[in-house]
Design a protein around this ligand. Structure first.
Ligand code: HEC
Ligand code: HEC
Length: 234
């Protein structure tokens, strides 16, 4: 056997080991998720079974059954280690959050295992390959999408965002999740899928509906532009 062959075999063994490693970590992550009581506040099986507003008020945290489709792989580990407030209100209420960062935090290894587990939770029916997260928007497209976000509808009335990369401060409201750093947090395909059919992910949510038969509906191309805009936000 020549060296080249041995080297290739060695490489394949290493690749297989690293896949097994991630799978094992995801299994550990599932265990940690259970033992830490994360499931008391987060649903990991979808689609949502919420029926009425009473169910919604009882819900203690956002659904995570589509986490692997929604979040960028590296984001979750960081957030789980150092959770920051996403909104300025209590979940299911409109009262201001008292005491910052009250979300339970995980240690580095736990955060990595749980993140690997959450990334296995995919929305199997979500269309992918529609929004290219890495695409830099041209100036004119950015301006148009910015208008859709800031003027056509006042999205930032409920969402913090940075209008420019180097803006010193974020501006906007606090009742919806912050979109500061959405570039690192969300996938474009999920944002598009969410904007197309919010109820699938957040039934009885507080965000106005921007699709279907309503006065504020955006055509499909605008929803795509908005998704592209959001995943370009710093
Ligand atoms: C008492 C309820 C509660 C428990 C227990 C809880 N969470 Fe949460 N979680 C929340 C709420 C509420 C939010 C939304 C935070 C916000 O809007 O600021 C959230 C948000 C999240 C997010 C979304 C982060 C994002 O950027 O969107 C993840 C992931 C998450 N939790 C994972 C976990 C894990 C893992 C555990 C267990 C270690 C856990 N949670 C335990 C209530 C809870
Ligand atoms: C009245 C307040 C309000 C307005 C206006 C609003 N949103 Fe939201 N948005 C929310 C809330 C609240 C959520 C969390 C889900 C829910 O409860 O409906 C949300 C969730 C989202 C999310 C998912 C974020 C996440 O982390 O889960 C995106 C993306 C989003 N909104 C984009 C938009 C865009 C684009 C517009 C304008 C066309 C808009 N929002 C206008 C309140 C609002």
């Amino acid at each position: 056997m020549n060296y080249r062959r041995m080297f290739m075999i060695g490489l394949s063994i290493m690749a297989l080991l690293s896949i097994n490693w991630t799978v094992a970590e995801a299994q550990d992550g599932k265990g940690i998720f259970k033992s830490k009581g994360c499931g008391d506040c987060h649903a990991v099986e979808g689609p949502s079974k919420l029926k009425n507003i009473e169910d919604r008020v009882k819900q203690k945290g956002p659904d995570l059954w589509f986490a692997g489709s929604k979040f960028k792989p590296r984001y979750l580990k960081t957030w789980l280690e150092k959770p920051s407030d996403l909104t300025g209100v209590k979940y299911s209420e409109l009262l201001p959050v008292k005491g910052k960062n009250s979300h339970p935090a995980l240690s580095g290894k736990e955060a990595s295992d749980v993140s690997n587990y959450l990334m296995t939770l995919k929305d199997k029916d979500m269309a992918t390959g529609i929004i290219d997260d890495k695409k830099k928007m041209k100036r004119s497209a950015l301006f148009k999408a910015g208008t859709l976000f800031q003027k056509t509808q006042v999205c930032f009335g409920c969402h913090l965002f940075k209008p420019k990369k180097r803006a010193k401060r974020a501006i906007g409201g606090f009742s919806g999740p912050s979109l500061v750093g959405a570039k690192k947090r969300l996938t474009g395909d999920w944002v598009y899928s969410y904007l197309k059919d919010q109820k699938r992910y957040v039934p009885l949510g507080r965000m106005p509906i921007y699709q279907g038969p309503t006065f504020q509906a955006y055509p499909d191309k605008d929803l795509k532009a908005l998704a592209q805009y959001i995943v370009n936000l710093y």
